[in-house]
Write a protein that binds this ligand. Structure first.
Ligand SMILES: NC(=O)c1ccc[n+]([C@@H]2O[C@H](COP(=O)([O-])OP(=O)(O)OC[C@H]3O[C@@H](n4cnc5c(N)ncnc54)[C@H](OP(=O)(O)O)[C@@H]3O)[C@@H](O)[C@H]2O)c1
Length: 244
C-alpha cells in the first residue's frame, strides 16, 4: 500500500508557528494544503510563497471556536477536491496564569480553541472519512498533555483532554488513522499572547534558551502522514533534548 500520493491536507492555525511550518513541509512533500486561521493576510502571503515555489495551496478564513466556520472550511475543501485526506487540528492558545488569578475568560478561550476547536474539526471530517473508510486526523497536543506544571493547569487540562479524545477516537475507528503530536518548547508566537505578564516573560526566556524550530515538529507530522494506510503512528513527542 503506497500512501505517498498527493493528499488533500487541511491545517488549522496555519498563520504562524507550527501550523505555518507544517504547511511548508507538507506542501514541499507534494500534498495540496488548505490553510485556515483568522489572520487571512498571513495566510495569503504563505499561499503566495508556496505557489511561487511551485507547490499547491489555498486558504480560507477560519475560527475554530465557531462550529459553522469549521464546517464551512471543511465542506468547501471537500466540494473543491472531492475528498479530505488529512486534518491537522493545530490551532491553539496558551495564556498561562495560576488558577487563583481567576482569569476565567482566558480559561474559556483555551477550552474553546484547544479542546472545542479540535472537537469541531473532528465533527466536520469524521463522517466524510468514515464514509470513505479512509482518512487521518492529526491532533496537536503538547508535552503539557503528559505533565502538569504550575501556571499551566488549565492549558494542561485542555491538552490532556485532546490526548484522551484522540485515544478514544482511535479505539472507535478502524479505518481512520489518529495521531497525537506533542511538542515541547518550540519557536512560535504561542507565548506572545495573553496570560500573566510575568509568566509570559518566564516562558519566553525559557523558549529562547531551549526552543526547537517549528520545522522539527512539522517533520514529525510529515512522517506520520507518509506512513502506509495500515500504519497508524499514534503518539509522537518532539521536544528539545535539553527540556526536563
Ligand atoms: N510552541 C510551543 O512551544 C508548543 C508546545 C506544545 C504545543 N504547542 C501547540 O502547537 C499548536 C500551534 O501553536 P504554535 O506554537 O505554533 O503557536 P502560534 O504561533 O501562536 O500559532 C497558533 C495558531 O493558532 C491559530 N489560532 C488561534 N486561535 C484561533 C482560532 N480561534 N481559530 C483559528 N485559528 C486560531 C493562530 O492563528 P490566528 O491568530 O491567525 O487565528 C495561529 O496560526 C497549538 O495547539 C499549541 O498549543 C505549541
Amino acid at each position: 500500500m503506497n500512501s505517498s500520493f498527493s493528499k488533500i491536507v487541511l491545517i488549522t492555525g496555519a498563520s504562524s508557528g507550527i501550523g505555518q511550518a507544517t504547511a511548508r513541509r507538507l506542501a514541499a512533500d507534494g500534498h495540496h494544503v488548505v490553510l485556515g486561521a483568522r489572520r487571512v493576510d498571513r495566510l495569503a502571503a504563505l499561499v503566495a510563497e508556496l505557489q511561487a515555489a511551485g507547490h499547491s495551496a489555498e486558504y480560507q478564513e477560519l475560527d475554530v471556536t465557531d462550529v459553522d466556520s469549521v464546517r464551512g472550511f471543511v465542506e468547501a475543501a471537500h466540494a473543491r477536491h472531492g475528498r479530505v485526506d488529512v486534518l491537522v487540528n493545530n490551532a491553539g492558545v496558551m495564556p498561562l496564569s495560576t488558577v487563583d488569578a481567576l482569569r476565567i475568560d482566558e480559561w474559556n478561550q483555551m477550552i474553546d480553541v484547544n479542546l472545542r476547536g479540535t472537537l469541531h474539526g473532528v465533527a466536520a471530517v469524521l463522517p466524510l472519512m468514515r464514509a470513505r473508510r479512509e482518512g487521518h486526523i492529526v491532533n496537536i497536543a503538547s508535552t503539557a498533555a503528559y505533565r502538569v506544571d504550575p501556571t499551566a493547569a488549565v492549558y494542561c487540562a485542555t491538552k490532556y483532554a485532546v490526548r484522551a479524545l484522540s485515544e478514544g477516537l482511535r479505539q472507535e475507528n478502524q479505518d481512520v488513522r489518529i495521531t497525537v503530536v506533542s511538542p515541547g518548547y518550540t519557536q512560535s508566537e504561542l507565548a506572545d499572547h495573553g496570560g500573566d505578564p510575568q509568566v509570559r516573560a518566564a516562558v519566553r526566556a525559557a523558549a529562547e534558551q531551549l526552543a526547537i524550530p517549528a520545522a522539527a515538529v512539522a517533520d514529525g507530522i510529515g512522517y506520520a502522514i507518509a506512513q502506509p494506510r495500515n500504519v497508524d503512528v499514534n503518539e509522537l513527542v518532539v521536544r528539545p533534548t535539553a527540556q526536563n
